[in-house]
Write a protein that binds this ligand. Sequence first.
Ligand code: PMT
Length: 395
Amino acid sequence: MGTLAGKNLLLGITGGIAAYKCGELIRRLKDEGADVRVVMTPAAQAFVQPMTFQALSGNPVHTQLLDPHAEAGMGHIELARWADKVLVAPVTASFMARLAAGDASDLLSTLCLATSAPISLAPAMNQQMWRAAATQRNLRQLEQSGYHILGPASGDQACGDNGPGRMLEPAELLALLGGEPSGELAGKQVLITAGPTLEAIDPVRYISNFSSGKMGFALAATCARAGASVTLVSGPVSLATPRGVNRIDVQSCQQMHDAVIGQKDIDIFIATAAVADYRPAARSAEKIKKSTDSLTIELVRNPDILADMSARSPRPGLVVGFAAESSDLAAQARAKLETKKLDLVVANLVNQPGGVFGSDENQVLLLDRVSQTELPRIEKRVLAEKLVQEIAKRL
Ligand code: PMT
């Protein structure tokens, strides 16, 4: 029996082809000792008959918001209170839009608003629908509202496309559900750097890079959901602070260095920030005038935040660095592992197809002293979950 033993689990099913996988999901949830009640939207019933899930869950399936017969048994508010956890799988683009808007026009969306239980969503849809601006906007809204997004996975789709949008397999959903809310990082202090740094040349110009902060913010959100107490030191980015994360905004490498080194009792330090290795030797107080044909700006070395944290005493229990390379990925990353004395390096090629800086996806190589693992190109949110699992294993 796992952490779901004795829990009341409300499984919401919306109208996608992946609904057929819910039979196995219910069976596995029951094997874990959960009491499962199923709620189906009208579209879900076009894919699978409620009778199937009634037989597998051993409970009546709920389908209607305003059904006097059902309300006389377990009414919708009672059902919302009954649930210890809610999992909606699969979640369509349409259901995401309704939830993001707070629309309570059917039983399942009403329950999601009425319950105080944690809600996990397992999206499943065509890859183009998943990538659509509206879906991504709704996704960000749902994450900020505290919904726990599981997946989707990337791969072959029922419609013949290939890309992100496959519902996670029942076993993966179960593993992720079982891990929360107690969390793999419960009680841990995590410090993360994210985004670019900005090194001023004069009052109007600066040296920086294309980092958006997406990778670091995804890691911060995932660590917080895994139970850690998270401090995120971020360069200038236009991202909302993940729920439950303590954010410190900085601009330059020196400011990021000071903010990081000042933190005490850190169990895990993760450096995702793209930090400028050099800064102008002097910041001009006046705007530099274009009076000459060429201009030379002298640059001086910045402190290495990651190396300094790794050398600090007491050292964080685990120090994780990133390596952004344009060639010889494994060799360069291994050199960083050794020179900066890291426990784990997440190495990415900046010139991979689709890019890394600013992209929602990334393909990385994980290296530690004894192993090397190549991951496929996946969404940064999903990668963050995998990285947290890797980190938890090494604690
Ligand atoms: O922000 P996104 O748009 O989501 O993009 C993600 C990312 C590309 C920024 C991220 O995946 C990434 O690769 N981050 C590290 C970028 C980098 O600066 O790599 P590096 O190989 O130059 O540095 C190696 C490590 O040392 C990094 O962990 C870096 O944070 C750290 N470092 C570097 C220089 C310095 N002065 N201080 C540091 O702490």
